[in-house]
Write a new protein. Structure first.
Length: 434
């Protein structure tokens, strides 16, 4: 509960024991839009972006990683703040264009880009493609030749293991991501010599959900070392050096927030080195955060539909579950189930009275959103909210499971609630049936 209180005090506020989102009582939002639903608070997005812009100097551009949350209202909001976009599929590229992003401000990373996807994005003038294998580089070159263009390409590098960290490692070991550092020169030579490729720079991303500032800076420093090596080999400065994302947010009681001021202080010496190095005079540095920008802005709100006891345990049964929020159920990578910060968001001031297992409506024992959580005395109709639900929640979940309707998404900005994505209907399950 301490984590919940901290999030409420820092980002949202409450009145009469009820959570406010953008100044609007959560019960009013639930009445207007129904439950289950995802709520996103624009003020939190602004606050998180301002923190990053404060500590990352002007040499660093910031691109929002769409995979964290592709909600159209969220993507448009970040575009209005001046961010570029990082995408991981042609579908995300299409969503980025529909949100109003010009193709030149989009970069495309991911280990499994298909020929059709590359044809689609190259034909529309994407800003940069981050190739992850020599075969992919050949594919990009062939398509570029057929289109009569030179593709802007960066090379994703899988570095050594000495700078690893974070909850999910994506490099420094055998991995589908990027080109192993020990094979870098051979692939690099091919890219530089290819007449249909404009080689831009490198992309280094080795982990995600990092809460240690020292780990992040060590990874950035390793990236600069690799960039120097590449610049020396090709005989010119790089146009781009992409450090990826990786900035985390705390989900569980034993986790502390990323010390953002310490990160800024630790970055300063590295930035001074970069400024003094002629190899980086024309280089655009880049980070592509997702979770850090949007994770704390989102809340998943469901309604208590039933309360039952079974052999000494009390269950709250909700109208939404793991099909909407797989991560909160522990089925998206957790080895041991741990509860996301959660509360009865219409009873924040009520005393903690009992221990519950909180489950969804699905016909599977995997559908558990919180286990042994202490809450106030609950009633049918109460609203159960899961915080830290802005990233890798709705779209990282099996929305089609058991043909349940999909939840609405509501974007709250300047005291107004905007329906960003409608609630699904039962007919949606038949939309692909001839």
């Amino acid at each position: 509960m301490d984590h919940v209180r901290s999030l409420v005090a820092r980002h949202f506020g409450a009145t009469g024991g009820e959570l406010l989102v953008g100044g609007i009582p959560v019960s009013a939002l639930a009445r207007e839009h129904g439950t289950p639903l995802f709520l996103y608070d624009a003020q939190v997005l602004d606050r998180q972006f301002a923190l990053l812009r404060k500590i990352y100097p002007d040499e660093f551009a910031i691109s929002y990683s769409v995979k964290a949350n592709p909600c159209p209202a969220v993507v448009r909001h970040f575009l209005n703040l001046g961010l570029g976009l990082e995408i991981a599929s042609a579908g995300e590229f299409h969503q980025a264009l529909c949100a109003g992003c010009v193709p030149e401000r989009i970069l495309f990373a991911g280990p499994g880009k298909t020929e059709a996807e590359l044809q689609f994005v190259l034909g529309r003038g994407i800003g940069e493609i981050h190739v992850e294998s020599l075969r992919e580089a050949h594919r990009v070159s062939t398509i570029s030749e057929s289109l009569g263009i030179r593709a802007r390409v960066a090379l994703r590098v899988n570095p050594g293991a000495e700078v690893q960290g974070g909850a999910m490692r994506m490099g420094g070991k055998p991995a589908p991501f990027g080109v192993d550092e020990e094979r870098l020169d051979a692939v690099l030579d091919h890219l530089v010599d290819d007449a249909h490729i404009q080689f831009q720079g490198i992309h280094l991303f080795t982990g995600t959900q990092i809460l240690d500032a020292d780990v992040l800076v060590a990874q950035y420093r390793r990236g600069i070392e690799i960039a120097r090596r590449v610049a020396d080999r090709i005989g010119r400065s790089l146009r781009t050096v992409d450090f990826g994302g990786g900035l985390g947010i705390p989900y569980f009681p034993n986790e502390a927030p990323l010390p953002i001021d310490r990160l800024g202080a630790s970055l300063a010496p590295l930035v001074s080195e970069i400024r003094a190095d002629a190899r980086f005079h024309d280089t655009q540095l880049l980070i592509e955060p997702g979770r850090y920008l949007v994770g704390e802005a989102g809340i998943y709100v469901t309604r208590v539909n039933d309360i039952k006891e079974s052999r000494g345990k009390t269950f709250l049964i909700l109208d939404g579950g793991m099909n909407h929020h797989l991560a909160a159920s522990g089925n998206l990578g957790q080895v041991i189930k741990r509860n996301f910060p959660a509360a009865l968001v219409n009873r924040l001031d009520d005393p903690q009275a009992a221990t519950f297992d909180v489950v969804g409506p699905l016909c599977t024992p995997l559908d558990v959103l919180a286990r042994d959580i202490v809450l106030p005395t609950a009633q049918v109709g109460d609203l159960f909210g899961i915080f830290q639900s802005g990233a890798y929640a709705r779209t990282a979940s099996p929305l089609g499971f058991l043909s349940q309707p999909t939840p609405a998404e509501v974007f709250v900005r300047d005291g107004a609630a905007i329906l960003a994505r409608r609630r699904g209907t039962y007919d949606d399950a038949l939309k692909d049936v001839p």
